[in-house]
Design a protein around this ligand. Structure first.
Ligand code: CA
Length: 231
């Protein structure tokens, strides 16, 4: 990070002192500025006052719990939120519940892995949002604002992950994306077997596209690299 670049500010909300210290240390080493709160009751004021670039939010907190806090923060802010959970089973529940977090990490976590997630989310935020209203290639028309895909003028139902992947691929036809690129660019809620999750979303997406338009095979695998949208 260059000297004149403002440090990105990360708000840590965690009541366990050891974990909080670990997070502060690693984030500091990565060049981030940090603030720490350990009481759920203080969080909403702090978010308003500090206006952080990203929040790391523990679920089990004294005062208000992290799930409730996440929903409340989302009412007024789209700041990226990474939630820390004590149990793997909680993640599925949270995703289903859709509290609006950007990512989920299970304790105990590897600090380096968490740092990678922080960086990926902040990088994704810095990418200019594409203001094009629709993407069209071959027989496919994708409209991001309406979250709609048409194939041969028929609407194609996609999951959020499939939609995000198709949007990235169709926006840059013939460009090869690695799985890591796709993970960074999609609004990922990935936690384990990262790369395999991309493969399975692509597989399902392909299947749906083929059913809708058997003549065309738009998504090509590039062996050992990743995927591209071929036109
Ligand atoms: Ca806790």
């Amino acid at each position: 990070m260059s000297e004149n670049q403002a440090k990105q500010h990360i708000l840590i909300i965690e009541d366990e002192a050891k974990i909080a210290e670990l997070l502060e240390k690693y984030l500091y080493l990565e060049g981030y500025q940090t603030s720490l709160i350990h009481d759920g009751n203080l969080v909403l004021n702090a978010v308003n006052e500090l206006n952080p670039d990203l929040i790391i939010l523990d679920i089990m907190l004294p005062g208000v719990n992290g799930i409730e806090l996440c929903s409340k923060i989302r009412q007024t802010s789209d700041v990226p939120i990474i939630m820390l959970t004590a149990r793997v089973e909680e993640i599925d529940h949270l995703i289903g519940f859709d509290v609006g977090a950007d990512d989920y990490v299970t304790k105990p976590f590897k600090p380096k892995e968490l740092m990678a997630r922080v960086k990926a989310i902040l990088k994704r935020r810095r990418m200019p949002t594409n203001t094009r209203s629709t993407f069209q290639a071959g027989t496919i028309v994708l409209n991001p604002s309406e979250h709609k895909v048409l194939v041969k003028d028929e609407e194609l139902k996609l999951t959020i992950n499939e939609f995000s992947l198709l949007k990235i691929l169709i926006a840059s036809p013939n460009k090869v994306f690695s799985r890591q690129d796709l993970l960074t660019l999609t609004q990922g809620k990935y936690f384990e077997s990262y790369e395999r999750s991309i493969d399975s979303h692509i597989k399902n997406l392909r299947k749906k596209l083929t059913v809708a338009d058997p003549q065309n095979h738009y998504i090509e695998s590039i062996y050992g690299v990743g995927y591209k949208f071929k036109i």
